[in-house]
Design a protein around this ligand. Structure first.
Ligand SMILES: Nc1ncnc2c1ncn2[C@@H]1O[C@H](COP(=O)(O)OP(=O)(O)OP(=O)(O)O)[C@@H](O)[C@H]1O
Ligand SMILES: [Mg+2]
Length: 349
């Protein structure tokens, strides 16, 4: 049987009926499936036999089994497709899919991000305490089921050597600079950086380096530390949250938070105390934000709209009534001032 040819409706080993494709990646293809024995819906990852597993094809499944945690994907079975050399891993189905999709197009509320990042940090800490690195922390490798977030795809986990180092690995969207180049290597700080880059995406729907540009350009920007400014892309993110993320995206690993737990806790603390803002899409508007109820303060909305004179009109209104907020008259600004104006409004309202 060929990996790319498995049609939906196929039943593997007279047990797992594949009903929907959930994802594809370097490690294999993942399907939603009906487990006939347990009469349960599960996820089946059929491993790509050409993928380099360093002679340890069961490593991903075994690690999930050994490290079991509420914050790591739960493994249910691992087997070989009868009459083939295809191996597969069965895991609990995470109904909400992965965080890369869940955060489209503009990211999540900062309070939700902080909760989910703390959960991913707990799963990652479990791996670190076992003396390993994950080496591919990214939104596509974290999955959710309602409020629960788990880290998955442990296919690139690697044991640390006596100096706390592993060979390099990572995906361009979240990889740290020290994992790139001819002498690339990873340490715990590399996973901290990837968690911070994941957080950047969860807050904004964008990666620290534009994912659309060529791989060589991404490589050069990551190595040079020339990352995008989170608060320019997502002006509603508070200064405190921006500083936490920036610290762990430092080019120098020693300047980052010292552990993933420390990063998660700093993020949770930075989020507390300020109003939650969410970017929303209104037809024909440029950039709109809704600020949630906050203590005695009622929900508000800020809309930036292109006007005929080439300028942008920015207005702040009470969300329920649509009434203008006193002390906040409409402002007409140039496009280059938009992020600053949105930062000003969201931090003061
Ligand atoms: N248990 C699950 N429940 C729901 N969706 C899942 C589950 N496992 C995997 N997926 C989906 O399948 C995708 C690919 O899974 P995974 O990351 O394990 O494979 P991969 O081939 O190693 O991917 P990549 O190389 O892109 O990192 C995930 O991003 C997610 O969308
Ligand atoms: Mg993956």
């Amino acid at each position: 049987m060929n990996l790319s040819e498995i049609p939906l409706g196929t039943t593997i080993n007279d047990r797992y009926e594949l009903t929907k494709k959930l994802g594809d990646g370097a490690g294999g293809s993942v399907y939603k499936a009906h487990d006939r024995h347990l009469d349960a819906i599960v996820a089946v990852k059929i491993l790509d036999p050409t993928h380099d597993t360093l002679g340890m094809p069961w490593q991903e499944a075994r690690l999930l089994q050994q490290l079991r945690s509420r914050y790591l994907l739960e493994v249910l079975n691992a087997d070989i497709v009868i009459n083939s050399d295809l191996r597969f891993i069965v895991t609990s189905l995470m109904n909400g899919g992965d965080l890369e999709n869940h955060c489209r197009p503009h990211g999540l509320l900062p309070s939700e991000v902080a909760q989910r990042v703390q959960q991913i940090a707990s799963g990652l800490d479990r791996i670190h305490r076992a003396g390993m690195l994950h080496r591919d922390v990214k939104p596509g490798n974290a999955m959710l089921n309602n409020d629960q977030t788990v880290l998955g795809d442990l296919g690139f986990c690697h044991l640390l050597d006596s100096d706390g180092i592993t060979p390099p690995n990572g995906s361009f969207c979240t990889v740290a600079p020290e994992a790139l180049g001819a002498n690339g290597k990873c340490s715990k700080a590399t996973d901290v950086y990837s968690l911070a880059a994941t957080t950047f995406y969860l807050l904004s729907g964008e990666y620290p380096v534009d994912h659309q540009i060529s791989r060589q350009e991404q490589n050069d920007k990551i190595m040079a530390g020339s990352l995008r400014e989170l608060r320019s892309i997502a002006p509603h993110i508070s200064r405190a949250v921006g500083s936490v993320v920036r610290k762990s995206l430092s080019r120098d690993p020693a300047k980052r938070h010292s552990s993933v737990t420390e990063f998660g806790n700093a993020l949770a603390q930075a989020v507390q105390g300020s109003r939650d803002w969410e970017r929303v899409t209104h037809a024909d508007h440029l950039h709109c934000l809704i600020g949630a109820n906050h203590g005695a303060k009622k929900a508000v909305r800020v809309c930036a709209i292109a006007s005929n004179d080439g300028k942008i009109r920015v207005s702040a209104k009470m969300h329920a009534s649509g009434r203008q907020i006193s002390g906040y008259p409409d402002r007409h600004i140039t496009e280059s001032r938009l992020a600053i104006e949105l930062q000003r409004l969201t931090s003061s309202l």
